[in-house]
Write a protein that binds this ligand. Sequence first.
Ligand code: BG6
Ligand code: MG
Length: 218
Amino acid sequence: MSIKGFIFDLDGVVTDTAEYHYQAWKRLADELGIPFTREENEALRGIPRRESLLMLLKGRTYPETTLDELMERKNRYYLEYIRAISPRDLLPGARELLQEIRAAGLKAALGSASKNAREVIERLGIADLFDAIADGYSVTRQKPAPDLFLHAAALLGLPPTECAVVEDATAGVEAALAGGFTVIGIGPHERVGRAHLVLPSLAGVSLSKLLEQLSVSA
Ligand code: BG6
Ligand code: MG
């Protein structure tokens, strides 16, 4: 098997926006008088905005227009928090790995469920390191369905068997496995243990070492 492209999730892999998503949901939950903890937020990793809101509401029902308003409000808070994002917010190793991938003539795509993904990579100063972008606007069925990653691979012009997906969320790992991708999980085993290779972070991860660990060559 040979890997010719990498598809990176954004939140929690390239940058720690997971914390900003938490802050924004927490502010909304506080306003609604709904208890919401950091632990509960863990279950929202990789989960799209609407589904996250429904999980946060824990069975409380609201008219559709109110749900829309609540999602807009959360996103307003999130946008407030990410306004301060700069290249300093890149997680260790992310830029270096992307640069190595490009230098080796391999392809890189973004595969994020976020509708704010483009804005975030612009602010991080890494937009030009991606050959293709699949985001929260790209497909209807979100992770754990494989559609977003399949779309990203198609944009790269590569079959899933020639792409590795880098993910920090359980839903993302499942999506990549369902699509027939090689999967690199970032984070604890309890969360990403089903990936083919599990790493604590991208810090110090070189392309050659990664391909060696995956027992594949470019
Ligand atoms: C994912 C995050 O990348 O994007 C989730 O892990 C988030 O926490 C989802 O809910 C959707 O993001 P956005 O920016 O479209 O609300
Ligand atoms: Mg993520």
